[in-house]
Design a protein around this ligand. Structure first.
Ligand code: ZN
Length: 359
């Protein structure tokens, strides 16, 4: 087990690589939690501090736009500036929570490459001023495109990212389900082989990208975005093991040369999660479950205090309801829902008590 320690705060470059390596060699993974505003980003940092776990915070393009404000007129600018604002928020505050935070962006398909390139413009400016990038890693999901295009675009973007100490997350094979309204339909009768990444494709990605810079791979092994009826697709973590073996044997590397990522983790069987982590998965995205964890306690609070959401003062007996409708009351309930749910996630992934941060 690694005894390396890191300064608390947002980690990038070599420190980010150390975080990934420590998780893989320590047999645990970090939760990657999608955030949409200050309530969720702060709750995730609070959860990590409570669990003494490092954490990955990520934004989708629409999460970025929401962070900037859903009413901002220029939607593309909102996606970019909101993502930058969230990263700056984390750079300012994360160290004071005493844990390490990796800042990631979520799925970017072909249409969203301009979003990533605009974020890299911002990242390069930030790097010039601060000697580190805004984000630890960006994700390109070109799995719906032909593999040649997928890999050549990933190589082109990684060339640029490597210069500012950034890592790239790529996706091979189609993960089923719906992510941010972008769905890929699947049904039992369909060709399910597409839902499983081929180890040969993973080797091709390694051959091309490893000489350029640091990268990670989201491979499909039957995982599905969002929560669906179980049983539609079978999780087969041995696909991850086979990919690791093929790269290891071809390049004579150590154990688990690939940095693997588990997409669509919400609602997965715990035993399959543990098995996947054993094959070098260092990150598992937990989006859908934390959305519900935030909303459920707010719904409960409103149901328990319905009049406070109809009247400022009770029309019958004059009771003032300010202390219930103060948004901090119910938003805090939502934050604590995230904090609780992530304690369970850190436990499932084995990251509890494993933070590398030392002030
Ligand atoms: Zn994915």
């Amino acid at each position: 087990m690694s005894s390396k320690t890191l300064k608390p705060g947002v980690v990038t470059g070599e420190d980010y690589i150390a975080l990934v390596d420590a998780a893989k060699s320590g047999g645990y993974a970090l939760p990657a939690v999608n955030i949409v505003g200050t309530n969720s980003i702060n709750a995730v940092m609070e959860a990590a501090a409570k669990a003494n776990s490092d954490i990955i915070i990520q934004l989708s393009n629409s999460g970025g736009a929401f962070y900037a404000g859903a009413g901002m007129a220029d939607g593309f600018k909102a996606k970019v500036l909101g993502s930058v604002a969230a990263a700056q928020h984390a750079h300012l505050l994360a160290e004071h929570y005493g844990i390490c935070v990796a800042m990631h962006t979520d799925h970017a398909n072909k249409a969203l490459i301009p979003w990533i390139e605009a974020l890299l413009d911002e990242g390069e400016k930030y790097y010039e001023q601060h000697g580190k990038p805004l984000f630890s890693s960006h994700m390109l999901d070109l799995s719906a495109d032909p593999i040649d295009f997928n890999l050549s675009e990933c190589a082109r973007i990684l060339e640029r990212m490597a210069k500012i100490d950034m890592s790239l997350e790529i996706e091979l094979g189609v993960t089923g389900g719906e992510e941010d309204g972008i769905g890929s339909e699947f049904d039992e009768g369909a060709d399910n082989s597409k839902l499983y990444t081929q180890p040969q494709d993973v080797l091709m990605a390694y051959n091309l990208l490893d000489p350029i810079g640091h990268f990670s791979v989201a491979a499909s092994f039957g995982n599905v975005h969002g929560v669906y009826k179980p049983g539609n697709v079978k999780l087969r973590p041995e696909i991850l093991k086979n990919s690791q073996s093929l790269v290891r044997e071809t390049h004579d590397t150590g154990k688990n040369p690939l940095n693997l990522v588990f997409h669509g983790g919400s609602g997965s069987e715990k035993a399959k999660i543990t098995e996947a982590v054993g094959y070098g998965v260092f990150k598992m995205i937990i989006d859908t479950d934390t959305q519900f964890a935030f909303s459920e306690p707010i719904g409960k609070f409103v149901n328990e205090n319905p009049k406070a959401f109809l009247y400022q003062v009770d029309p019958d007996d004059g009771t003032p309801y300010k202390k219930f409708y103060d948004p901090r009351k119910y938003l805090r309930a939502g934050e604590l829902g995230i904090v609780d749910r992530l304690q369970e996630a850190c436990k499932d992934l084995g990251s509890t008590g494993r933070s590398l941060a030392k002030a």
